[in-house]
Write a new protein. Structure first.
Length: 333
């Protein structure tokens, strides 16, 4: 009977150990100590080509695991968790730099301003609301060049405080960007449904809202309703004395001056019916809708807007984002 011959080993056991040691040394020197392949070759007394083969083979065998640690890793993780809630396709979370709400909002506004500059192009129309959030975006704008854009109010105007005056905010944004602003000469609230119809049909007002509906980008604030510092009550003289009716309507958030419930639906509330504003259905047709909000008191309101699928992008800070997630997890538990 013929005797089967064993296939000769191409590499002796001792040689395998030598190669494994060289591979380990090359991987450590390259990935942990940062040496170049040429430096490793000199240190180990082997050729550059051999070092290259050792490193390549080590990676193929799964001996190298690369883990990147970044100071923004927690923010990226939070952005992914906010996206998982639904309702938006992009989240931008910035570090909460201060317990001072205005300082925190300023950081959020600067982040939204950078995003806006990346988003827009010459010829674009931007529609905006008034409010402190959008005002913070305007303050954060530092474009490297002038943009041939139009800035259009998405709502009627409330005079009295600079942040409630959408014409004022629109003018400032256009000046910062180098574009043109349009003014709306109508109040945010009509006295009744008939007056609203009349105002919306006025040529000057209708022209502004036509341009707003054709906008490619919108930048809007998100308002809280039930907190003591809510600015919604600065918008209409009767709203501050009508808190019980507002609470009875189930209001949880404000978007384009529309009161929304916890699921982001328009509430059955009298002032909602006399708004001189884009409707939320009209707002939904704008391709890019950026919402800007900061503050723990805004977290529930932001979540309501997300549940209503009213935005594409949310820009907020880390503390607010954490509170949004806490409320969402408590709601779903």
């Amino acid at each position: 009977m013929p005797i089967a011959k064993l296939k000769p080993r191409t590499t002796a056991p001792r040689e395998e150990i030598v190669i494994a040691r060289q591979m380990h040394q090359a991987l450590v020197l390259h990935f942990l100590e940062g040496l170049t392949q040429a430096q490793i070759a000199d240190q180990l007394g082997i050729s550059h080509a051999t070092v290259n083969r050792l490193i390549k083979r080590g990676r193929q065998l799964g001996l190298v695991e690369i883990k990147i640690k970044s100071p923004v890793e927690p923010l990226v993780d939070m952005e992914e968790r906010l996206l998982a809630l639904g309702g938006i396709s992009r989240a931008v979370v910035v570090p909460t730099v201060s317990d001072n709400p205005q300082t925190a909002l300023q950081a959020v506004g600067e982040a939204a301003a950078r995003l806006l500059i990346e988003e827009i192009a010459d010829g674009d129309t931007i529609c905006i609301t008034g409010g402190k959030g959008v005002g913070a975006v305007v303050s954060g704008l530092q474009p490297a060049r002038r943009f041939d854009v139009e800035v259009i109010p998405a709502t009627g105007c409330v005079q009295g405080k600079h942040y409630t005056d959408v014409n004022h905010v629109s003018t400032l944004m256009a000046d910062r960007l180098g574009g043109r602003s349009y003014q709306i000469h109508a109040p945010l609230f009509a006295d009744d449904a008939e007056q609203r119809r009349m105002l919306m049909n006025m040529r000057s007002v209708a022209d502004v809202f036509k341009r707003a509906r054709e906008a490619r980008v919108a930048v809007v604030g998100i308002g809280s309703i039930l907190s003591s510092d809510s600015t919604y009550y600065d918008l209409h003289p009767s709203s501050s004395t009508d808190r019980s009716a507002i609470e009875h309507s189930g209001a949880s958030a404000e978007l384009l001056a529309h009161l929304l419930d916890g699921e982001g639906r328009v509430c059955d509330y009298s002032l909602n019916r006399v708004l001189v504003s884009l409707t939320l259905d009209e707002f939904a047709s704008i391709p890019t809708k950026i919402g800007v909000a900061s503050g723990l008191n805004k977290a529930g309101s932001i979540l309501s807007v997300l549940r209503g699928n009213h935005l594409d992008t949310l820009v907020t800070d880390e503390a607010t984002g954490a509170r949004i997630l806490e409320i969402a997890e408590g709601f779903s538990a």
